[in-house]
Write a protein that binds this ligand. Structure first.
Ligand code: GTR
Length: 363
């Protein structure tokens, strides 16, 4: 079923170089990786702004006595990025469990303006032994067409260029700055760093992990259109819908593909394949038809071609769209499909942590 469904969509080939030659091995895919990154930046998200000249991090506040009944440490950090000689800043919240040994962490790009947030079951995450670096996305750049405020004014001087970075690229850029800083913590397990986001921030997490190989786990929760879902044959939200409401998430060129999905020289499996050979986790919800769970599943399966080159399985599935409340967790990738609607719930967090636990145990 999966093979036929993918064939019917006539996706642009993942494993063909621009010059028409076939990608045959790992070295070939590493060269293809550069082409894939380039096409997605040029056509969809815009080119990632360069890293800052210097990064320093200031601790504004720390609570290590009684936070989470004494089981956690809270720090409010300010990231100072020197960009063209100017000091551009954004805040990050760090929460760590108090425990010995190396700690796996999530870089979570989140909606909330406060650490107590519906999408962040904090105590559960801390008690399972995971640390968190939370970026509140609008502290980096406003979720609007305005590019004058926050980091946006440093990261994009003009929106006239067709491949100028959109807001997703800017939020992703901030997550990469957190990654830059992680090696300074002795107790962070740098081999087990995940980037996670929900919905528009799931798209952001995917772009982050696709562009930055330092993230071992890349988690897209209900990211849908222009995230984990294939655009060809998509139900629910289309490129037209998304560019109508949120053109500024993308580079200006993306809107040229409205109604022309079948002509696009790429599709979202290019994005997901860039996660190989690391671990991709895609979460969908049964009632989230706007995101299109089926196309999210198919897209995850389509990335298997890249995993195969590394001698890996990618997503192990049963050649059928799974029924709700199913985990496809046997392979290198996870497809997590639960009942209910569009939400980043504790059920989702627990599925992702179970998967990471399993991978860490094997090492
Ligand atoms: C919707 C948008 C989706 C999704 C969602 C969200 O309105 O159309 O692509 O990103 O917002 O981020 O909550």
């Amino acid at each position: 079923m999966v093979k036929d469904a993918l064939e019917a969509l006539k996706l642009p080939p993942l494993l063909k170089f621009k010059n028409g030659k076939t990608v045959k091995d790992i070295a070939g895919f590493e060269r293809r990786r550069a082409e894939l990154k380039d096409i997605l930046q040029r056509e969809v998200y815009g080119y990632l702004p360069k890293a800052p000249e210097h990064l320093t991090v200031e601790t504004k506040e720390e609570e290590s006595e009684s936070f989470l009944a004494g089981f956690g440490i809270y720090r409010s950090l300010v990231f100072h990025c020197e960009i063209d000689g100017e000091d551009a800043t954004f805040p990050v919240t760090q929460i760590m469990p108090k425990k010995e040994g190396k700690i796996p962490v999530f870089v979570c790009i989140n909606f909330g303006t406060d650490i107590v947030h519906k999408y962040l079951p904090l105590e559960e995450i801390i008690h399972r032994g995971y640390g968190l670096f939370v970026i509140k996305y609008q502290d980096v750049a406003k979720d609007s067409a305005d590019f004058r405020f926050g980091m946006a004014k440093y990261l994009c001087k003009s929106r006239r260029a067709l491949s100028a970075p959109g807001k997703i690229a800017m939020w992703a850029w901030a997550a990469m700055r957190v990654m830059d800083y992680l090696p300074r913590f002795e107790n962070v397990d740098l081999d087990h760093v995940a980037v996670i986001g929900h919905s528009r921030l799931g798209k952001t997490a995917l772009f982050t992990g696709a562009m930055d190989e330092r993230f071992r786990y890349v988690i897209s929760n209900d990211s849908g259109c222009s995230g984990a879902a294939l655009s060809r044959g998509k139900e629910g939200e289309t490129i037209e819908n998304i560019c109508d409401r949120f053109p500024y998430w993308f580079c200006p060129r993306y809107k040229h593909y409205i109604g022309k999905e079948h002509e696009m020289p790429f599709d979202q499996h290019f994005l997901l394949s860039l996660i190989a050979p690391r671990h991709l986790m895609v979460g969908s919800a049964e009632n989230d038809l706007w995101a299109d769970p089926r196309n999210e599943f198919l897209c995850t399966a389509a990335a298997n071609e890249a995993y195969a080159l590394y001698g890996m399985h990618g997503l192990v599935h049963h050649d059928a769209f799974p029924s709700p409340d199913t985990e496809l967790a046997e392979g290198d990738c996870l497809y997590h499909y639960r009942r209910g609607g569009h939400y980043l719930s504790r059920l989702d967090w627990n599925a992702y942590m179970d998967f990471i636990d399993k991978k860490r145990e094997k090492e």
